[in-house]
Design a protein. Structure first.
Length: 179
């Protein structure tokens, strides 16, 4: 490590050969997911790979979560995770599927028992979070969210663009009766 000249502000700069990440916030997300038990739940609830060389559900799902949390909107945005050596090293993401393999996995998961497994994992995450809250009544705000797509089966949205309009639920900002 070589030292550079002192700057005007009270910090020092130094060169390093260590991998760095521009997505440090995603490290916290990855650590939270691991601490939650998400990896274990995916291993329990999801079908195993069809071959010994196949990627596990954890190796597919974690990059999706990180990519979506980081603002990604398409399978191609998984390249952000692939290209970030520092992030991958910190989260111990040694083997990641490519975008084609990820798309194939999503199609298989949606057509088979994988979707039910993801539903069970989702229910576990929600149940664990609700147990930690002191309130018993909650407001859920439901709204459609536009996802622009160029797929053949994409429909025209009310915003005049081709894509999908899935329903998204988020905790409401209103006060419940017992708060």
């Amino acid at each position: 490590m070589t030292k550079m000249a002192r700057t005007v502000l009270p910090f020092k700069l130094a060169a390093t050969e260590e991998p760095m990440t521009a997505h440090a916030g995603l490290v916290l997300q990855g650590e939270f997911i691991r601490g939650l038990g998400f990896h274990r739940w995916l291993e329990q609830e999801m079908p195993k790979p069809g071959s010994k060389r196949g990627y596990t559900a954890v190796q597919h799902v974690l990059p999706f979560i990180l990519m979506l949390t980081g603002g990604g909107r398409s399978l191609e945005d998984l390249r952000m995770i692939h290209g970030d050596r520092g992030l991958r090293q910190l989260l111990q993401l040694n083997a990641l599927p490519g975008t084609d393999a990820a798309g194939d996995w999503l199609r298989r998961t949606g057509d088979g028992p994988g979707l039910a497994g993801l539903d069970r994992v989702n229910r576990r995450v929600i149940a664990q979070r609700l147990r930690k809250l002191e309130r018993r009544n909650h407001t859920l705000d439901i709204d459609a969210t536009q996802i622009i797509a160029e797929k053949r089966d994409a429909a025209w949205t009310y915003k005049g663009e081709r894509g999908y309009m899935p329903m998204v639920g988020a905790p409401g900002r209103g006060r419940s009766r017992d708060s």
